[in-house]
Design a protein around this ligand. Sequence first.
Ligand code: HEM
Length: 417
Amino acid sequence: MRISGGTQTLTVPVADVDLFAADFYATGDPHPVWAEMRARHPLHRQELPDGRTFLSVTRYRDACRVLGDHRGFTSERGSLLQQLGHGDRAAGLMLVSTDPPRHTELRAPLNRVLSAKAVRDLEPDVVRAVRRILRPVLDHTEWDLADCVAQLPMAVAGTLMGIPETDWAQLTQWTAMAAAPEDPGLCVRHPAATLAIAHHGLFDYFARHQRDDRCQRPDDLVGYLTSMLAGGRRLTPEEVVYNCYSLLLGANATTPHAVTGTILALIEHPAQSVAAPEALTGLVEEGLRWTSPANSFLRYARQDVELSGGLVREGEAVAVWVGSANRDEDVFVDPYRFDITRADNRHIAFGFGPHYCLGAPLARMTLTVFFAELFRAFDRIELNGPVTHLASNFIAGITQLPVLTRRRTASSREFAA
Ligand code: HEM
């Protein structure tokens, strides 16, 4: 998705924009559309050619209300736009597709192992993983950052889950296909077929992984999922599989795009200085707001609910546009300015309310380490060709980011194998 200022004049009326179309996010720029929606159509209805309809909320306040109010809005009928009208087979089984109180039971034991405190201990491993990923490009001056960073989540979350390295590439491919089945680089014949291949591959993989005695390690995340108690009982094998899928998709679909989008923003805003070590925290947070990689989530109204833009009727599907909420001028000063020193950055890139990203501490640490190591390795990073954007209404991403880099002479020792 192109990230522009939201002040450009719209060439088509909002009513004619297809917010559902994956291609819009590969070739178009939703920001001027969202700016117009926040101002004049804060509860916007779209009907698809097959008759399915959904409402869109674009204001920060409405986004937080919908995501934060599980009594008013359920996650159990599908939480992604691509599921619109299809329901969710994982309802009540997978964390992200489950409402409280079962959600609270599932989430509590997982919070313990992925808390900021627990994640801090993993930092040396993440530094090692990042250096391994950067090592092959160190001596290159021209390379693709999107390509390089695609491996990052597997090296972190995959390791944590105890997934053998030989399987990382295949799992990365399947999760990318599951997140963006319409993208031409990922689509196999048809988006529905792509989704089916990816889901079958991932579910089958985790079902086998779980049964394989050689993979039973109590100290990894899959072992933990298998043995933990949620609401006084162990998870069923089906619940374990669904939650492995969710953890991996959560990590793989988002983290690389936060990296590429942030580096592109830095390249486009050369006045922003990352020289001071404390600048990295601001860079990570502003990068998350700016890129909002998890761009949209879906909920269904369980009852009539009044939002700032109007009334949502019971049973209606509501898409929350995170990328828009994170540019709301009522909340963010000068929202179209990329500013890593931004003082009040209450972005909702990790969501809001009960489903607030479980992996947020791990993602924040991974991003901080990656940027620190990238700047340790290179003192110059420039754009070296056209940027390609992901075709997806779910993930705001970059599939190609060619860069021209200059290596720091002093960086050899840290990156030695
Ligand atoms: C930059 C990186 C990431 C971003 C932007 C992101 C974004 C989000 C968002 C917006 C949600 C809320 C979903 C909803 O409301 O329906 C979410 C949930 C979730 N994320 Fe992340 N995520 C990131 C990284 C990760 C990582 C690294 C993991 C795994 C370790 C992960 C696992 C999950 C899980 C399991 C949920 C469901 C939580 C629940 O339902 O309680 N995410 N993520």
